[in-house]
Design a protein around this ligand. Structure first.
Ligand code: SF4
Length: 379
């Protein structure tokens, strides 16, 4: 068994505590941190400004542990998807999405996911375990330093300018590993990303939204996907625990500390399920003047087990128009990397399901709220 400490598990304070145990001062931890995250070093002998005695101490007790790469797929549009081995038959995916003015990395937080959203490929796979901080950061560490070489970037130029915690998993159900990873992303001695360029996406774990606001407020995206509780109970089962009214209250609280003055609501467009103009109007009534937000409509990427279809393009446009006419900023997400199954909701990795989510996710028809019907009446 490998007993060496994985230095990717620590934010700067954690690394300083580790160095203190070795009898080293904080500035040594800062040097080490910069070598790891800014320069991508994994070999202590490369770290030329560290004292030789410290390098020797580290060599016996610590390592920078990358995740083995199982596959890499590159899309025609420049999107790259990596499948990382996290052991015991589990693998997680990260996706790099290049655009003219930015490079975004979509990062996984769990092997699988226990939330079990009906339209999500990860959700259908079930849940195995939380990733460690080191496993979350290893995706960014590898992608950043690999891409700098691959794209032949000039010294000091960054490949990844934005991180979205929208890969496999519900990040707020892995809170204790997530927060140190976010701190490394934000740290000027680490990746130096601004809070506005790091986004946590949640299906609505209300108590953890409050904690994130207090501990590490970054940009927030909320998976909404329905204009009422009856339908959202079906699509996002966590809604039964934290219904829409509580979720929106948490969003309003979050905005008091958020780096952006709006919440992004993600809304996956499902043919005949949540895409009617009446539902768009219901959404307007739900959101307008209640929470400062932007709507991001996501064309559904079908996969056979879901039994669902993507809304026709014209329906997506008609839905968007209702929202836009009501003054809600609404965008339709460009689908990227769908030729390599790297688009939203398509990340699947490999997961040893330990929670029977797969069995719970039956393909029963989805109940659609009829105006005038209460949540109880529909049940
Ligand atoms: S959409 Fe997010 S929260 Fe829902 S099952 Fe997929 S990964 Fe989990």
């Amino acid at each position: 068994m490998n007993m060496a400490a994985n230095l990717l598990d620590h934010d700067l304070d954690g690394l300083a505590a580790f160095c203190e145990q070795l009898g080293e001062k904080r500035f040594r931890a800062t040097q080490l941190f910069r070598w790891i995250h800014q320069k991508g070093a994994s070999d202590f002998s490369q770290m030329s400004d560290l004292a030789k005695s410290l390098r020797e101490k580290l060599a016996g007790k610590a390592e920078i542990r990358p995740l083995p790469i199982l596959t890499e797929q590159a899309s025609n549009d420049g999107t790259i998807k990596w499948l990382f081995d996290v052991g015991a038959g589990d693998a997680v995916e990260a996706v790099f999405i290049p655009e003219d003015d930015r490079g975004t990395l979509c990062v996984s937080s769990q092997a699988g996911c226990a939330v079990g959203c009906r339209f999500c490929s990860t959700g259908h796979q079930g849940f195995s375990r939380n990733l460690t901080t080191g496993e979350i950061l290893a995706q960014l560490w590898y992608a950043e330093h690999h891409l700098r070489q691959r794209l032949k970037l000039a010294p000091g130029e960054r490949a990844i300018t934005n991180v979205v915690m929208m890969g496999m998993g519900e990040p707020l159900q892995n809170y204790s590993a997530l927060v140190p990873a976010l701190r490394v992303m934000l740290d000027d001695h680490g990746y130096g990303l601004s809070r506005r360029r790091v986004t946590v996406s949640t299906s609505g774990v209300v108590p953890m939204m409050d904690r994130l606001m207090a501990d590490c407020p970054v940009a927030l995206a909320v998976s909404l996907h329905a204009p009422n509780d009856v339908l959202r109970d079906e699509l996002v089962p966590l809604n039964r625990k934290y219904p829409i009214a509580e979720l929106l209250d948490a969003c309003r609280r979050y905005l008091t500390a958020a780096p952006r003055d709006f919440i992004t609501f993600e809304y996956c467009m499902l043919d005949g399920v949540n895409d009617s103009e009446a539902q768009a109007r219901e959404l307007v009534a739900l959101l307008r003047a209640k929470v400062s937000c932007k709507l991001n409509l996501i064309p559904f990427n079908p996969f056979p087990a879901s039994g669902l279809k993507c809304s026709p393009r014209a329906q997506v446009q008609a839905f968007a128009k209702v929202l836009q006419d009501a003054g809600i900023v609404t965008t339709v997400r460009k689908t990227r990397g769908d030729d390599i199954d790297a688009a939203c909701g398509q990340l699947a990795g490999e997961v040893q399901d330990r929670t029977n989510v797969q069995q719970r996710l039956t393909r029963q028809p989805i109940r659609i709220h009829k105006p005038g019907t209460s949540r109880q009446e529909t049940r």
